[in-house]
Ligand binder design. Structure first.
Ligand code: PLP
Length: 467
């Protein structure tokens, strides 16, 4: 090996004098660039000395150019946030792995103002006194749902935990065996009941539970009757469950609280849009439920949160529970949840501006129009793609509306340059990754879950990987 070649590497001082470096320093700062340049040089030397003499050429200028290029790439990878934007082309609207609901641009505006500055989070501006962070949401929740009181915590799992911990500690909670669900891999009703220090009293069977099952289970140690929405599966065939209002009446008769874990918090009845009827938060409260819990980032279309609504006497007790402090939400959640719920004051406005509702209620014709636009733009690029429009189904996802599918028009693609699995993989490796799925060895692009503003990201991604 010709070790004299090492002299053709620029020194760190030479490197740091380059214009390109000065440019990178203004973006990333002196420390990051100096450290990365040192690492890169050391790396080159090490590779060279371990026997790979191709990493250095005999031309110092050429080596400098190569190093600058590699440095720029390395720094860009190093400083890129781990949490990054992706395009959801899967057609699953509430994709838990991809962050569930997207906030409305109208909500983002308010969120930006609140997140970037001081606010009256716990301050009563009118009286110059201390206030409560939970008060901000009460007005809009009351107005929309008719609930006496409300409390918001980290997520719906936390909400269920807090409700049970407050109301039923050391007592029995009666739940149908058909509703002992696991949601999202880590939320299991039996485990949450155990964690909150109460005892699970299972009644009925997996497929059938009757009112008398609940009635027979009630004794002097019963803390509550709990109904859990079976939000991510469906029991079909020979089945029977007791409607919430009947369980509720039974609870009233015995003077014990009736709690309903609704999962998705519907504030509009989506049966008008082709979905089967699911009770809204208002319906459940009207039927007399004492406490209802639901998620902020499922069909509601807001930030991750667990919303508890119901009787004031119960919610007051929850507010005094130490767990509430542990599970509390920050100003960003309160700002975005209040702004999202505010949009529901007018249903038309909610359907128009909340992305989750927009995507769920997009008609098949609309999805056809949008699929056609994508096909046209991609075909015009001449990338060797074979694009076919097909009728298919999008999914609600996020443990909502189990078994229900949304009729859509999707694009099915194959490439003459790449295999379908290469196509799928490369689409995930561009600057803004596009997550698509494969079916029958073709790449499926479901445009229902791609916002209009993201059209160019998709087109650019294909251009980048195929030209
Ligand atoms: C989704 C869901 C939960 C968990 O809600 P998170 O907000 O994800 O914590 C609990 N119960 C039911 C019935 C659900 O559908």
């Amino acid at each position: 090996m010709d070790k004299s070649k090492l002299a053709c590497l620029p020194s760190i001082n030479d490197l740091m004098k380059q214009d390109k470096i000065k440019e990178l320093i203004t973006i990333h700062g002196q420390d990051v660039i100096t450290m990365s340049a040192r690492e890169l040089l050391a790396n080159k030397r090490e590779h060279f000395l371990s026997g790979d003499d191709t990493v250095i050429s005999n031309n110092k200028q050429e080596n400098t150019a190569v190093l600058l290029n590699e440095l720029e790439k390395a720094v860009s990878i190093k400083t890129k946030p781990s949490l990054q934007k992706v395009i959801n082309a899967t057609g699953t609207v509430l994709h838990t792995n991809l962050g569930r609901s997207n906030l409305s641009p109208l909500v983002m505006e308010h969120l930006t103002t609140i997140a970037g500055g001081y606010s009256n989070l716990e301050y009563d501006v009118a009286n110059g006194k201390r206030g409560s962070r939970y008060d901000h949401l009460i007005e809009v929740v009351r107005e929309l749902t008719g609930a006496e009181d409300a409390l918001v915590v980290n997520n719906n799992a936390a909400a269920v935990l807090l409700v049970l911990d407050t109301l039923t500690k050391d007592k029995e909670v009666v739940v149908s065996r058909g509703e002992l669900v696991e949601i999202g891999g880590s939320f299991r009703i039996p485990s949450v009941i155990e964690a909150s220090g109460c005892y699970l009293k299972e009644v009925g069977t997996t497929n059938k539970t009757h009112l008398y099952d609940y009635e027979d289970a009630i004794n002097e140690n019963t803390g509550a009757l709990l109904k859990v929405h079976t939000s991510n599966f469906k029991v079909v065939g020979f089945t029977d469950s007791v409607p919430g209002y009947d369980v509720c009446d039974l609870a009233k008769k015995h003077d014990i609280p009736y709690i309903e874990d609704l999962g998705s918090g519907l504030l509009v009845d989506l049966s008008k849009y082709g979905f089967s009827y699911e009770p809204t938060v208002m319906d459940v409260l009207k039927n007399g439920a004492d406490v209802v819990t639901f998620s902020g980032d499922k069909i509601l279309g807001g930030p991750q949160a667990g919303i508890i609504v119901g009787k004031k006497e119960y919610i007051e007790r929850m507010k005094k529970n130490q767990l509430t402090r542990v599970l509390r939400v920050d100003k960003m959640v309160i700002a975005s949840l209040e702004a999202t719920m505010s949009l529901y004051r007018d249903q038309k406005q909610a359907l128009e501006h909340i992305p989750t509702l927009q995507m769920l209620t997009m008609t098949k014709e609309e999805s056809d129009t949008r699929a056609t636009e994508y096909a046209k733009a991609l075909n015009e690029l001449g990338l060797g793609l074979t694009i076919t429009k097909k009728e298919a189904f999008s999914q609600v996802g996020g443990g909502s509306y189990p078994g229900e599918e949304i009729p859509s028009v999707i694009l099915s693609l194959t490439s003459d340059k790449l295999s379908t699995s290469q196509l799928e993989e490369k689409l995930r490796q561009v600057e803004v990754p596009v997550v698509a799925r494969i079916k029958d060895n073709e790449l499926i692009l479901d445009v229902r879950t791609i916002s209009e503003a993201d059209f160019n990201y998709v087109v650019t991604a294909f251009k980048e990987i195929l030209s």
